[in-house]
Design a protein around this ligand. Structure first.
Ligand SMILES: Nc1ncnc2c1ncn2[C@@H]1O[C@H](COP(=O)(O)OP(=O)(O)O)[C@@H](O)[C@H]1O
Ligand SMILES: [Mg+2]
Length: 262
């Protein structure tokens, strides 16, 4: 890269995090460009969720450096990350089941109107804005008055993503957004990822469904036991290689142990 090159949207360098004796992150490096979709893969326990939470400000690392658009940042709470336009959709979605679609989209910042000087929830505006938000993202949910507990997994996922997008993120992290979805719903979420990245948002997509990543990602980064072990442009790799990178070392490590135990 030369001196006039645009800095990456996110640069994480040598991120370290331990929980007691468990070294969850052992010097992780991640870069994402504006509008890039990065697939983050690795076996269970590789550290994918932890490194994402560091970027989202919910986990404070023991060491390392984070830069956003070339400037160093220090996050000690999710509000810090949000202030830098970093949003994360968590595995559990963090929706309120007994609140309706519009209420979930605007939870904590519901539009108000004054009636005789008293602030009241502006239901009409909230539902109108919710409808615009969903339509703008091409999300098909016919009724914003439904409680989200009555919606399908894919619709719930779409609402969690819409809510994150409504904070105008530069970076959107999604942790296993398609893990629990039916095939048709997976396609809708992947389309949503494309819509969002085409707006210039950098997306970090964690998924075990490698075939999904090959549809929407520009690049894949592989983690293994708290470190990055490989980084591949999507056009320069294939499913077999990525599978090898994820599990290969495990089998090598196992066979090495088996040999040394002989
Ligand atoms: N809050 C925590 N307390 C203790 N250990 C944790 C915590 N969060 C993650 N870990 C450990 O850190 C490692 C990485 O976990 P995680 O980031 O969830 O991996 P992944 O998302 O790749 O499956 C695992 O060994 C996990 O048990
Ligand atoms: Mg995880």
């Amino acid at each position: 890269m030369n001196s006039v090159a645009i800095p990456p949207r996110v640069r994480m360098e040598n991120i370290i995090k331990s929980y007691g004796a468990v070294q969850s992150l052992r010097g992780v490096n991640l870069e994402v460009a504006p509008g890039e979709v990065l697939g983050l893969v690795g076996d269970n326990g590789a550290g994918k969720s932890t490194v994402s939470k560091v970027l989202a400000g919910t986990v404070i690392p023991d060491g390392g450096r984070i830069e956003i658009d070339g400037k160093p940042v220090h996050f000690t709470e999710p509000g810090d990350a949000r202030a830098h336009h970093i949003e994360m959709v968590y595995q559990d979605l963090s929706l309120c089941d007994t609140v309706d679609v519009a209420g979930n989209l605007f939870f904590g910042r519901e539009p108000l109107r004054r009636v005789l000087g008293i602030p009241m929830l502006d239901h009409a505006k909230m539902h109108h804005d919710a409808r615009e938000m969903l339509d703008g993202l091409g999300i098909r949910i016919p009724n914003t008055h439904l409680d989200v507990e009555n919606l399908s997994g894919g619709q719930r996922q779409a609402i969690a993503i819409s809510r994150a997008v409504s904070f105008d993120p530069k970076v959107l992290i999604m942790d296993e957004p398609t893990a629990a979805l039916a095939v048709a719903e997976v396609e809708a979420v992947l389309e949503l990822v494309q819509t969002i990245s085409q707006r210039g948002v950098s997306v970090i997509l964690i998924s075990h469904r490698l075939q999904d990543l090959f549809l929407v990602c520009d690049r894949i980064s592989v983690m293994y036991e708290g470190q990055n072990v490989a980084d591949r442009k999507i056009g320069e790799t294939n499913l077999e290689e990525v599978v090898d990178l994820i599990v290969g070392r495990k089998f090598k490590a196992r066979s090495a142990r088996a040999l040394s135990e002989d």
